[in-house]
Ligand binder design. Structure first.
Ligand SMILES: NC(=O)c1ccc[n+]([C@@H]2O[C@H](COP(=O)([O-])OP(=O)(O)OC[C@H]3O[C@@H](n4cnc5c(N)ncnc54)[C@H](OP(=O)(O)O)[C@@H]3O)[C@@H](O)[C@H]2O)c1
Length: 275
């Protein structure tokens, strides 16, 4: 039986690249979610018998419920959920606008959690399923001016690591993907940028001011990233974590190895607090 994929944020970037792969594959059904159906005209080039377009703004619980219900009504199962929809935010911690930060958490964390909650009963009934959560290289390491964005993606990691344990015996797999910077709209229209005005943070001004350049200049190729996600979701051993690109792999490993070294260096202190 054909596998059904439900992907959020399919209007651009990774979501669009992955939806295109799923739409072209004769063994998969696609439920493509986007805030505006007009953005999904590119799917009209593919076999409509295997494609359902649904409107889902992940901050709208009614749209999530209706979109998931439509998917099940049409294809009976949901085999792969890809929580891809997400926003960026570039600002120092001190100069961040907390309303914008709160909204980013609504999309990147609560939206992802509400999508997952809506799909889990179906996957539990099936005793199978794959949940792919778009995290980031910035959940393996951090950079100045990316603090609140990293905070959303570290939240996705903690959430996913726990969920993986809770559903492991139910045949459901959870994979977090940690891409490095890639050429999508994430650093363009999908993110707010606050160039520092506090003089003490002037060293970070250029990095925020030039961030939109990564829409065209970042090393990550969204099509290759989507191909790897598709292949790994179908692997016999689905990875728990999938760092992609040099920054995620080398930058992430360096940070994690530094963390291990630091923790081990104070073993006596750490172990001194239990009775
Ligand atoms: N590109 C990178 O460098 C990079 C690196 C690591 C992780 N990521 C993560 O990868 C994921 C995909 O981003 P991308 O790089 O492909 O960027 P993108 O091209 O900007 O795509 C983001 C997608 O999320 C959708 N979206 C935004 N807010 C939404 C909401 N409230 N409800 C539903 N959909 C919403 C956008 O829809 P609209 O078109 O309607 O705005 C768009 O389809 C994100 O979670 C991002 O954090 C990106």
């Amino acid at each position: 039986m054909a596998q059904t994929w439900l992907i959020t944020g399919t209007s651009s970037g990774f979501g669009k690249a992955l939806a295109t792969i799923v739409a072209q594959n004769k063994d998969t059904n696609l439920v493509a979610a986007a805030r505006h159906l007009d953005d999904l005209a590119y799917l009209d080039a593919f076999d409509a018998k295997r494609i359902e377009k649904v409107v889902i703004d992940v901050t709208d619980e009614d749209q999530i419920k209706a979109g998931v219900a439509k998917a099940i009504e049409r294809f009976k199962t949901i085999d792969v959920l890809v929580n891809n929809a997400g926003l960026g935010y570039f600002a120092t911690i001190e100069e961040s606008d907390m309303d914008q930060v709160r909204y980013m958490f609504e999309v990147n964390v609560i939206g992802l959690a509400n999508m997952t909650r809506a799909v889990l009963p179906t996957m539990r009934r099936q005793r199978s399923g794959v949940i792919i959560n778009l995290s980031s290289a910035l959940a393996l390491t951090t950079l100045p001016t990316m603090g609140y964005y990293s905070a959303t993606k570290y939240a996705v990691e903690g959430y996913s690591d726990t969920l993986r344990q809770e559903v492991a015996d139910l045949g459901i797999r959870v994979m977090t993907v940690e891409p490095s910077g890639a050429r999508t709209q994430w650093s363009g229209r999908s993110s707010q940028k606050v160039v520092p005005t506090i003089k003490d943070y002037a060293a970070f001004s250029d990095s925020v001011a030039s961030v939109a350049d990564s829409v065209t200049q970042a090393p990550g190729n969204p099509k290759r990233i989507a191909q790897v996600m598709f292949a790994q979701a179908n692997a016999s051993e689905i990875p728990a974590h999938l760092p992609l690109g040099d920054f995620a792999y080398h930058g992430g490993l360096a940070n994690l190895q530094g963390l291990v070294t630091e923790i081990q260096s104070r073993e006596n202190i750490s172990l001194s607090t239990d009775d």
